[in-house]
Write a protein that binds this ligand. Structure first.
Ligand code: UGY
Ligand code: MN
Length: 264
């Protein structure tokens, strides 16, 4: 049976209040798609077959079709499922939301559980398999650097050091090495209820975000959105962005951020 600390199916389940059960409102969604950002909530995720995957479906929540320099997808792996390497020029980052997968990359084989991650550089052939099923978040992009040596990287999120964040209060972990060999990094950010970003950020870098735990308010451009675990966000370059964690439990989000690409 699958072990899970992450189960977004509950977000879609009918709710109960004073003995009255009520379901999702027909036709209602918090999902929005604007010129420079998108908020995609789980009732809008569309999973479909994908030629690179066997016994699995994927949902591309963000892709270059919206102007992003990366793809962000979810993979729903059934028992005895398999994903192949994407085309040779594409690097891939895998974060396990649920279940167990085996990644074989070159001569290395690793087993990943929920909260574990792996990065496979563009040149390295690999497979991702799952015997009992798994849920994955993936970031993929065309590797943008030359003359560099990115490595196969894997580990557990909690094992990564908490990094200093001058002027901010959230806890920050970075899952990839901070060297010029990588053209993006993946940040995991934790906020206690009531904590918020001090900087009202506007920057060149793009983001793909999945809220893993908690709830709060995300500001995107001139708009303010209630968000909760399971929601995904795309942020284009320079979109004003800000988050405040609310509710009674910690917020955690995972964030793609492109790096070391000269804006000129
Ligand atoms: O690193 C970042 O750009 C990050 N603090 N952005 C964000 O949380 N929206
Ligand atoms: Mn940012």
């Amino acid at each position: 049976a699958r072990q899970s600390s992450w189960d977004y199916s509950s977000l879609l389940a009918p709710q109960r209040f004073a003995g009255i059960a009520f379901d999702d409102l027909p036709g209602f969604t918090r999902s929005v798609y604007e010129r420079n950002y998108a908020l995609v909530s789980p009732e809008s995720f569309v999973f479909a077959g994908n030629p690179g995957w066997t016994n699995a479906t994927t949902a591309h929540i963000i892709s270059p079709a919206v102007g992003a320099n990366f793809a962000m997808l979810l993979a729903d792996m059934k028992a005895h499922s398999r994903g192949e390497r994407p085309p040779e020029s594409h690097e891939r980052f895998i974060f396990v939301l649920d279940g167990v997968v085996e990644v074989v990359a070159g001569s290395e084989r690793v087993t990943l559980h929920a909260d574990d991650f792996a990065y496979i550089p563009a040149h390295l052939k690999h497979t991702v398999t799952s015997s009992n099923g798994a849920g994955l978040l993936l970031f993929e992009r065309r590797y943008a650097l030359k003359g560099t040596s990115p490595r196969f990287v894997h580990g557990g999120t909690q094992a990564q050091p908490v990094l200093p964040v001058p002027g901010e209060v959230f806890q920050l972990r970075k899952l990839l090495p901070q060297t010029a060999d990588y053209d993006f990094n993946v940040h995991v950010m934790d906020f206690l209820p009531g904590e918020y970003l001090n900087v009202k950020e506007v920057h060149y870098n793009q983001h793909g975000l999945l809220l893993l735990q908690g709830k709060g308010i995300y500001r995107l451009g001139n708009d303010w959105y209630p968000v909760q675990a399971g929601d995904a966000i795309w942020m284009a370059p320079y979109v004003p962005q800000w988050y405040a964690a609310l509710g009674t439990s910690e917020s955690r989000y995972i964030l793609y951020k492109d790096t070391t690409v000269d804006p000129l």
